[in-house]
Design a binder for this molecule. Structure first.
Ligand code: GLN
Length: 560
């Protein structure tokens, strides 16, 4: 523990504080976003889930761009400032959207789209640059401290998430006399904007003094001033692709885009435009790197390990990122939110993830240290397989708890808390480990691009999360509403009753789906089946990844 107090540069705490406020802004907004879309902007839950997946996906696609622009032109510092200001502006636009929807829904909608666009690019500038600055605080001979540094940084992320997911729902997701105040969301967005401004100010005022090399030289300045001391002698510093391979990459991107567009056909433009862009960019970039002629056999093998892991990680994030969409809708519509005698706002339930990460990040890193000392530490991809297995378990438990609820029973909040606890353990097995695995396996000249591929696999996971969230069947509130309208919804869903045109109209107006959702040919009849989709997907992913152990071990060539 004394390591933590004394062994780390002060700059780490500046980055910690900056990232904490930024994640406050991001996760605070994420907590209330889908509820705002559904309740204030009157979007269907299905569309809100698709939008949420597309938004998060793009937030993890733009870091490629942010990283590139920083490396070539602006440097880390400028990109962090720019990204921070953009995100603060985006949140302010959401505040305006949430202030105007009552009088001008069209304007509120336009503001929302612009806001999310600005946040996506802001995140792209901010996120990769702040993470890479953590690494550059440590000189080459101190790189062994990086694992602890990233654990501390990960705690900053989640302290921010915790604060944001407490405060934004507390002031933004409010009930008055048992009825949701749809005008309150704006305060949540305003708080997010203020948090981002604070984060930017922390960085602006403290960077020159603390975010420096041990010799006191400023870090993350303009790229022309970088020094080459971190590279082995004779090692290429930058990946240079031939024009031929770039042209081929472009052609395959277009072909893949149309392939995914064809597979994902539907009416929603996020599904047919944004998701194909995300999937196609990930595969194209991966192909571009692996086909590079300068790679040795060992390098190529290790990159293949990164790709295999990145592929499985997709299923993890797809299941994990139900937090802000389907799980929040369930918390809102079919959960008894009584928490120690207090009615918790539904969007606040997500906070348990941040709370648990904060509480368990250090114990987990100590656990890995102990296992390592005893020679029993599992290799990184196996930790990821454990993570996938745990997330399958979390959904299995919840599936069995919703099994007997029927259409009107309420899920106890403790089951959602348990779900977030197990999912947090899963996250700690998988997320920080993934980043350091990429760091260890990448040839240096391809490191940032391979981080890009890894982030793109997160993006693909979020896009899949959007698709999966959109197959949430009607929850309890819909059945209640249908009964109020004099419609036997279960009868309609079971095709025992054919609704009249007037009833269909009423259902559409109240966002009640007249049919059960379908996923790869399977009809999802109820919440039990919905959750089992995640059990099956992540369970299979976990088993397959476990069984690949001997192959992965061979391909890693000695890296643990
Ligand atoms: N919760 C972490 C963060 O916000 C990790 C998210 C991720 O890697 N997809 O940084």
């Amino acid at each position: 523990m004394s390591e933590v107090k004394t062994g780390h540069p002060k700059g780490l705490w500046v980055l910690f504080g900056t990232e904490m406020w930024e994640r406050f802004n991001f996760y605070g907004m994420r907590a209330i976003l889908t509820l705002f879309l559904v309740n204030s902007l009157l979007m269907k839950e299905e569309d809100a889930s698709l939008l949420y997946g597309g938004f998060l996906g793009l937030c993890y696609l733009t870091p490629m761009l942010g990283g590139f622009i920083s490396d070539r032109f602006f440097g880390n510092r400028n990109c962090i400032m720019l990204g921070g200001l953009m995100m603060a502006t985006g949140q302010l636009l959401l505040f305006f959207s949430a202030s105007t929807f009552g009088t001008n829904l069209g304007l509120a909608n336009s503001l929302m789209w612009i806001a999310l666009g600005v946040i996506i690019f802001g995140n792209g500038f901010f996120k990769p640059n702040i993470s890479s600055m953590v690494g550059s605080l440590y000189p080459k001979q101190e790189k062994s401290k990086l694992d602890t540094a990233f654990t501390i940084f990960y705690m900053g992320i989640n302290l921010g998430a915790f604060l944001g997911q407490t405060i934004c729902p507390y002031i933004g997701d409010v009930e008055v006399g048992g009825i949701r105040d749809v005008h309150a969301f704006k305060w949540g967005f305003l708080a997010a904007s203020i948090a981002m401004i604070l984060g930017t100010l922390v960085f602006f005022f403290l960077k020159n003094k603390y975010v420096v090399t041990p010799e006191g030289k400023p870090l993350g300045g303009l790229p022309s001033k970088n020094d080459a001391s971190d590279f082995e002698e004779g090692e290429a510093q930058k990946a240079e692709f031939t024009t031929k391979s770039l042209v081929l990459a472009l052609i395959s991107f277009v072909a893949l885009f149309f392939l995914f567009r064809f597979i994902l056909d539907g009416h929603n433009f996020i599904k047919t435009l944004i998701y194909p862009i995300i999937y196609a960019s990930g595969i194209t970039l991966a192909g571009l790197i692996i086909s590079d002629k300068s790679l040795t056999k060992v390098e190529r093998d290790r990159i293949i390990v990164i790709y295999i892991v990145a592929f499985f990680v997709i299923f993890f994030w797809a299941a994990f990122e139900q937090a802000g969409s389907s799980l929040t809708f369930i918390a809102d519509n079919q959960t008894d939110l009584n928490f120690l005698g207090w009615q918790m706002p539904p969007s606040m339930v997500q906070v348990f993830n941040g709370v648990f990460v904060f509480g368990f990040a250090l114990p987990f890193s100590i656990l890995w240290d102990k296992l390592r000392a005893a020679g029993k530490e599992p290799m990184s991809p196996m930790k990821q397989a454990i993570g996938l297995g745990l997330i399958a378990l979390s959904y299995f438990i919840i599936a069995n708890n919703v099994k007997d609820l029927g259409n009107s029973g309420l899920l106890g909040i403790k089951w959602l808390i348990l779900l977030y606890l197990i999912q947090t353990f899963a996250e700690l097995c998988l997320s920080p480990i993934g980043l350091s695995l990429v760091g260890k396996l990448s040839p240096k000249r391809f490191a940032s691009l391979l981080f890009g591929v890894f982030f793109l696999s997160n993006a693909a996971g979020y896009a899949l999360a959007g698709t999966l969230g959109s197959i949430l069947p009607n929850t309890g509130d819909k059945f209640l509403k249908a009964t109020e309208l004099g419609i036997d919804l279960q009868g309609v869903l079971d095709k025992k009753i054919v609704p009249t045109a007037e009833q269909v109209d009423l259902m559409t107006k109240n966002h009640i789906a007249p049919e059960n959702p379908v996923f790869v040919g399977f009809e999802i009849h109820n919440l039990y089946e919905f959750f089992m989709v995640f059990v099956v997907l992540t369970g299979i992913a976990s088993i397959v990844l476990f069984s690949l152990k001997p192959l992965l071990k061979k391909l890693m060539h000695g890296v643990k």
